[in-house]
Structures are given as C-alpha cells and as structure tokens.
Write a new protein. Structure first.
Length: 361
C-alpha cells in the first residue's frame, strides 16, 4: 500500500522556529508556566510566530489531564501546535487502563487513589469522545530536513513501516498489530509456559512488595509485544530481554530499554520524550522507570547518541505527584522542559534557561 506523504502517520514539521515540549502528564500548572516563559498566550500565539511541538504523553498521573488535552487540541485545530502520539495516548485509544489513568478509566480509581488524588476526571460523554477523536488524529512522528520528532525512538525499519500507514487510523493499526502478537502467543507454547509461571508466582506484577524471580515466559511475551508492533517501537522504544526483574511504571518488568541513539548514525537531529531525565543528585525514588542507566554517563543538558544529535526533552514532570504526596514544593525535582529550535536552548517551567551542550560533537 502506498500512502501519500500528506496522509501518512509520518507528518511534516512546520517551517520556522519551534519550541519542542516534553511529556506533560496532566501537569496543568507546569504547562501554563512553561508557556508563559516561552512567550505564548492563552491561544497558543507567539509574538515572533514560533510554533509549538508536543512529543506526546499529554495525560495520566497529573492533576488535570482533561485541561491539558483540551488546550493543546484547540491549538492544534488553530494551526499553532503539532503533537506526536505517545504511549499514554495509545493506551487510552486501546482501552488499556494503565497506572495513572483513573482520570479517564473507572477501573483505575481504586488503585490510583493513594498516588494521584486529587485529579480532574473526564466524565462527560461528549468530552470523552472528543479526547478519543483528537488522539486518533495524531501522527506518530514529525520531520523536516533539519529535525525529526518522535515520542521514543527513531528506528528506520519501523519508520518506513509506519510511513505506509494512513493518518487518522493509528488506533486501528495498533490493535491489528497487538492482535497479531497475541494470536502468535496463543498458538505456540508461550501460553502454557505463562500459565505455569503464573501458578508458580501467584502475586500481581503490580505488587511492588513481592519481587518475583526472573520469569522467562513473561520476558518472552513482553519482548514480543514490545518489538512486533512498529508503532509501539517508535512510541515506547527499542527493548531487549533482560536478566533481572525491575519495578517500573508500577509493574515488574523483564525486558529493558535500549539506548537506541548509540546506533543512530543519520545526520538529522532527533528530539524525543518518554525517557525520564533527572538533574544530578536527585533521587528517583518511586518514580523510577528503569531509564536511569540510560543517562548515567550523559550530562543533564547534553545531546547524546553516536553523533550527539539526539535529545530527550522529558525531565520527569510526570513524577511530580510524589512531591505533592510528600507535601514538598512541586518545582525542582520534577520539571517540564522545552527545547527551542534552532537555538538549541532549554527552557524549564521554573523559568530557568540553559543552553544544551555537545550538539554534533
């Protein structure tokens, strides 16, 4: 199937100077403050005609996901903002009620209560449908000659596969790939192995108090689900089979993320979100997502990768619920950031401005 570029899930970036914003995760106050520091008004207009790019994960965990989504959707409709879909948006489209999504899914209310309350909920049927329609309209990646933006990974085989898929049907294609993965798992020996491991280890994988042994069948299933679906690779990252279980995203996991940028040899810079960067010396605590090792040797504000032309602009604002729960000031440990392009300057929601470093070194 050949899909015209104008109708593809890989869409063009707008011309001119850009501000690329990291994962917001429903943090309405941080979002508003960052927009003010960047110079945008409530309609998403900038006096210098700059445009906003959001890397995805607008929702979940924070106190007001509906407000963030509505504001960004209005700006997209007005032609002042562009968004790439993240894994949290896909989870909603797939009716996959994950950690922190009780603002939309009733099934998460009890389990999310201790971590994330209070938070605004989307209960109006029209509002909920508008959110689904907006997420379904989003592309997987954005590109132009001097820059690429994707939520988690720019992996060329998966980019080419997704480039052939039509815009507006990301949820349908996601479900098709996931069903293929599940069908293969059911038809082989994996289902039997999974059942035996579940009998041997009866605790929930969301139970952080009971560390499991390494479960090979669970690892095989997790890796198959991570790598078979090309959309998933681009929005959750490249993964490989691990050797030690770790607790991340409120779940025990058996595959680990790969620093794909260490093999990215193309000259076009890439900006991603998804991976939680942190300021040095700040404990990650219960916000740990298994990403810490990926940035151990990378300075906090540095471009990274084989050609030093990849940048993760996610500075862990999605963990701000921890500060609120502990009665601590929200700004500091968990921040929202934007990368100004082509200036390559970082702007944070607390107003700090920092030049990024080591670009193209």
């Amino acid at each position: 199937m050949t899909v015209p570029a104008s109708a593809s899930l890989i869409q063009p970036l707008p011309d001119g100077p850009l501000d690329v914003v990291g994962d917001i995760h429903g943090e309405w106050d941080a979002f508003q403050q960052l927009m003010q520091h960047l110079g945008y008004d409530a309609q998403g207009r900038h006096p210098q005609g700059r445009k906003l790019i959001f890397v995805g994960d607008l929702c979940d965990r924070g106190p007001d996901s509906p407000a963030v989504i509505e504001r960004v959707a209005d700006w997209v409709a007005a032609g002042r903002a562009w968004v790439t879909i993240g894994n949290h948006e896909i989870n909603l489209l797939a009716n996959d009620a994950k950690d922190g999504s009780a603002w939309f899914f009733d099934a998460r209310i009890a389990s999310d209560r201790d971590r994330y309350e209070p938070y605004a909920r989307a209960t109006d049927a029209g509002q909920r449908q508008a959110i689904r329609d907006f997420f379904a309209s989003l592309p997987v990646a954005l590109e132009r000659d001097d820059l690429r933006v994707v939520h988690a990974a720019w992996s060329e085989p998966q980019i080419q596969a997704v480039r052939a898929l039509p815009l507006g049907q990301v949820g349908q294609y996601w479900n098709q790939y996931e069903e293929e993965t599940n069908r293969e798992a059911r038809q082989g020996s994996l289902a039997t192995r999974m059942l035996q491991e579940s009998r041997d280890w009866p605790h929930s994988l969301e139970d952080g108090a009971h560390p499991p042994p390494f479960l090979p069948a669970h690892a095989d299933k997790e890796l198959s689900k991570a790598m078979h679906n090309p959309i998933k690779v681009l929005i959750t990252g490249v993964e490989r089979r691990g050797s030690v279980p770790f607790f991340a995203g409120n779940k025990w996991r058996f595959v680990e993320r790969v620093s794909w940028w260490d093999g990215y040899d193309q000259p076009t810079p890439v900006i991603v979100g998804h991976y939680w960067r942190r300021d040095p010396g700040v404990s990650r605590g219960p916000a740990h997502k298994g990403d810490l090792h990926m940035f151990e040797q990378i300075p906090t504000h540095a471009w990274h990768g084989l050609r030093h032309n990849v940048f993760c602009v996610d500075y862990s604002v999605g963990g701000r619920w921890i500060s609120r729960r502990n009665g601590q000031p929200p700004i500091g440990a968990f921040r929202l950031a934007a990368m100004r392009w082509p200036e390559r300057e970082l702007v944070f929601d607390d107003g700090e401005r920092v030049p990024s470093t080591a670009f193209g070194a």
